[in-house]
Design a protein around this ligand. Sequence first.
Ligand code: C2E
Ligand code: CA
Ligand code: CA
Length: 754
Amino acid sequence: MSFSTFNKQFSPDKARFLSSLAVSIIVMSVVFVLTNSILNKSIKTAKEEYINRCSTTLDGYSNAVYFYLKNYKTSLESIYDENLLKTDNETEIRKWVKQNRPLLHDDFKRLFYINKKGIAYIEDDMIVDISEKGYFKEIKPVSGKINVSNVYCTENEINPVVIISIPYVDSNGEINGVLAASIEVQTLYKIKKEIVKDKNFDLYLQDRAGKFIIHIDKNYIGKTFTPNDSKHNYVTSEFISSSAPGYVETIDSRGEIIDLFYTKLPTSDWILALSFPRSQLEKIYQKRNRERFAILAISFIAILILLFAQKYVLSYFYQKQAIKIDYDSDTNLWTREKFEDVAAKLIKYSPNQKYMLIESDIRGFKFINQNYGEETANKLIFYFASKLNKITKDYRGIIGHGYADRFYSLIKIKNVTPSMTQFKIRLEELTEEIKKYDIPFYPKFGITFFNTNSKKDISIRELIGQATFAKSSIKDNMLTSYAIYNARIVDKMNETQFIETNAEQALNNNEFFVLYQPKILLSNDKIVGAEALVRWKTADGKFYTPDKFIPIFEQNGFIKKLDYYVYDKVFKFIDNQLKNGGLAVPISVNMSRNHSKPERFVNEFMRLFNKYNIPTNMIQIEIIERSIMEYNTLREITERLHNEGFTVAMDDFGSGESSLNMLSKVPVDVLKFDRDFLTSSTNDDGSMNERAAKFIASLLELGRNLEKETIFEGVETAAQRDFLKQAACDQVQGYFYSRPLTENDFIEFMKNHI
Ligand code: C2E
Ligand code: CA
Ligand code: CA
């Protein structure tokens, strides 16, 4: 298992950034699709809008043109005179025409009166029979109605003209005469000049026969446009007049693509057409496309800005600590604060629910940190975090990272027992996994169970406190990796605390005292010595055996002080016995693991020893094996004690793995075999296990060959004693002969076994 696998995970910042990026891309896509469809629609509507606009423009022009024609009619109407009908007198008619001409609109070319026979009395004294002319026949017999002719080329005129006429209609509906005036078509051209201000489009005006009154190309005026090219067909009158109003895409005479919008003028039925260059529509499209692009670009930029702003604004606020940082950057897990927040809410809002809260950490993490370096330690934390996270998430729990190697998990459970079964299974799996990891490490867990229904309201802080408490109860116990919070743990913790805080005072109050456990020489069953074993009886009568307080004192270092205290008591006891002529045997005292400076230890030992007047052979020191590295310390201590004249015993011999190795390094005088040898080689019926017995025998032989004295402790039965005697063990110590005894009892024992 390598670290790099775990480094690939994203940091929360990066993850947040990527997720916002993903969201942004989705938003972008949605915006894109939406704007696109809106704009597609708007392009469709753009076309409609364009058509509408063109049609409206055309209507406007149509009105304007109509206005001109109406103006002409009004002008004619103003000289309208019924009396004309009553006379056939040519002179009078001519006179009338002559008189009225100046009253007429300047645009008119000639004014004339047509009698009912079709004789036209034209100004300038021309009289022409026009009874057969088309425009005369076309005049509709509606009183007061203006008639507008098509374009005509008359014999009298150089230029084509149109004729505006008002018929005089009698009560029978017959035309009695017509008041008419001609306008040169080129005069009408001014209409275009006057009304068309926009160069983008052209105005065409055709008469009912398709002859152009207004055309961009003046050559066509008065003529029908008959293009050779079929594409130009539409601009001809046949098509337009039949389908007006309407529009068509075509090419104008200049070859440009245009949309030609056309409509019939009222009264005249002339066709007014406006050509809009296609480029106009294209311009609208382009504008829309530009708009679309702009919208997309703006939204894209806006999202990018938002994204970066979010990143920087957030980090700004993080820096200013205005925002609570929910994620821990070492592990990508929630911080403890966030965990507490969420956990508190969970507990508050889920009544009648059982929970399991676990605090986890790594044994000796400080040591790992110091020895492997911070970077490695951080990777280890990351690894551990990812494992815990996986497990917690498998149970849909929540997890947070506290200080250093501490993690907190909160998991909903149904019942305690199955949850613990699950926990143990997962713990076993985890232990297996951890074995594959680069650095061996051992996690430990403190667990507390609680029910949200329980009457007393308990805060998440208190619960974490309980888990911490449970976990700390196993901090010195390598064999246990978890502890569940309960009253017993509290008692134990209280006891630990009591021991820690009261040791010093207890020492001053002489609450510690020494018991002596006899050592028996197997060859004659006589007492040959004793081991001094400490006890603690508190002022209020509580009694503690060493297994309760020695591990604690080894932790806080108080054991060194206690060792010297015991030595002093033992020396004093022997000194007293000798002084008073009492019995005395050599006493062995224990030296704890904590003495790491041989010279300092032996000096203090001697200072105490020299206070009394006892021979060195009355004292033996039991040393205890430590890690391999400290064989040198043990050797030096042993050598120094030898130099002072004491004998040294190796305590608990055989309990460590390298005891035999140690034998060649530390020149002890006595091998004190561990009690475990006996317990593990005794059958249930109390007899000795044969193979184990052989092994013990061979060890004893080894001791003899090395010229060491051999002693067995923990002898509880005659069978054990007999076996050891037969295996030529020198001495034994154990309940079979005696329990540790008070001074007085011990003196009594000596009397009986000397
Ligand atoms: P240890 O030095 O191996 O002491 C022998 C322990 O075995 C003693 O337990 C003794 O009471 C017990 N024992 C003796 N015979 C039998 C037996 O037949 N059966 C059983 N089951 N146990 C037997 P104790 O007095 O509770 O001491 C426990 C340990 O505490 C000692 O183990 C020693 O390591 C430490 N200790 C005791 N007194 C002192 C002391 O004054 N200084 C230091 N540094 N350590 C001490
Ligand atoms: Ca001992
Ligand atoms: Ca021992």
